[in-house]
Design a protein around this ligand. Structure first.
Ligand SMILES: [Zn+2]
Ligand SMILES: [Zn+2]
Length: 344
């Protein structure tokens, strides 16, 4: 799926997994994203199927949820956000600790998946099992703690807005696949606009002591996605994710919020997974971040690449220059041994 190289340097570029093969400039990467290939068709098929399935699922599940709330004397609006928080926890653990986490430990020896890895060196649990196990425990505890904080954050939304759920809840106006698609893309752009700038601020001298917790993982892996200081989590995850839905207000259905939660968590986990899967539907979205792009940020935190959803703002602010120079140089990652020495 690699496009024809136009110079010796470009032809020497190693692939960044088998997903969107990063070219040494921003616009070349974007052009490459839509070049005809088998995987482009696969991505379109996955995207189309996903939104068709969630549309049908909504028609099947939502009336049952409404019926349950009526039968048990709840107002669906009052339980919408706590349900979302619970679902968020479930989805996060399913993706990060399940699909993008432990399952890959199991798949470590499976050549089929290994070809899609961004970094070809040993996984961190092989380089330093002791440090890895300690980090894994700390991560699990931190993530559970951060999620527990979502409950008071939800209550704050109710207090500030005067309603626990400003979105549509009725069966008659359940969203179509098309409506969910454009609204989800809008949420991604809104989230990214905020995350790029808050992330950059978190790298300033004043705040980096908080953000460096997320950078404990130099070698990205699914479980590291939500490992961050609670304040960092608020300004880079939970807060930015809810801004788009609040702007749309009752123009969107609460079912779309459930879908957005799945998409948002899955998308960012994929960026942190260490794999670039060529069938990823997110790679159809213009400027979508690749795993390689965010892995560079984890390996070299002082060298830019603040976007973790879309790569657009890094291009606007010129904070991707060191990344493309690194790609041009053939992606010289420090060896695992060198990194271990640096940590000590
Ligand atoms: Zn990250
Ligand atoms: Zn960072």
């Amino acid at each position: 799926m690699c496009c024809a190289a136009t110079s010796t340097t470009e032809s020497a570029l190693p692939p960044s997994g088998s997903g969107i093969n990063i070219q040494p400039t921003f616009w070349k990467t974007e052009k490459h994203r839509y070049e005809p290939s088998f995987w482009l068709i696969a991505r379109v098929a996955v995207l189309y199927s996903f939104f068709q399935i969630v549309e049908k699922l909504g028609v099947f599940v939502w009336p049952k949820i409404l019926e349950y709330t009526v039968t048990h004397g709840f107002d669906v609006r009052s339980i919408a956000l706590p349900t979302l928080a619970t679902m968020g926890i479930g989805v996060f653990f399913l993706y990060s600790f399940g699909f993008y986490g432990f399952i890959y430990v199991f798949l470590d020896k499976t050549p089929f998946f290994q070809r899609y890895r961004v970094h070809k060196g040993d996984w961190p649990w092989k380089v330093d099992p002791k440090r890895w196990n300690a980090l894994l425990w700390t991560t699990t505890i931190q993530v559970v703690f951060n999620f527990a904080l979502y409950i008071p954050q939800m209550l704050m939304i109710k207090f500030v807005l005067g309603t626990p759920c400003p979105w549509r809840v009725d069966v008659e106006t359940l969203p179509s696949a098309g409506e969910m698609f454009w609204q989800t893309v809008f949420f991604l752009f809104m989230e990214d606009l905020i995350v790029y700038h808050t992330h950059k601020v978190m790298h300033s001298k004043r705040f980096y002591w908080m953000h460096k917790r997320h950078h404990s993982f130099k070698h990205c892996f699914g479980v590291c996605t939500a490992y961050s200081h609670p304040f960092d989590d608020l300004v880079e995850s939970a807060g930015p994710a809810i801004v788009g839905p609040l702007i749309l207000w009752d123009r969107m259905h609460v079912w779309t919020l459930f879908v957005w939660l799945v998409v948002g968590i899955n998308c960012t986990t994929e960026t942190h997974s260490g794999y670039e899967l060529p069938w990823s539907m997110y790679q159809l979205i213009p400027f979508m971040c690749t795993t390689d792009f965010h892995e560079f940020h984890h390996r070299f935190p002082t060298k830019g690449n603040y976007s973790s959803t879309l790569m657009f703002w890094d291009e606007v602010h010129g904070t991707n220059k060191e990344y493309y120079a690194w790609v041009q140089a053939g992606r010289p990652f420090p060896s695992d041994k060198e990194e271990k020495t640096k940590d000590e």
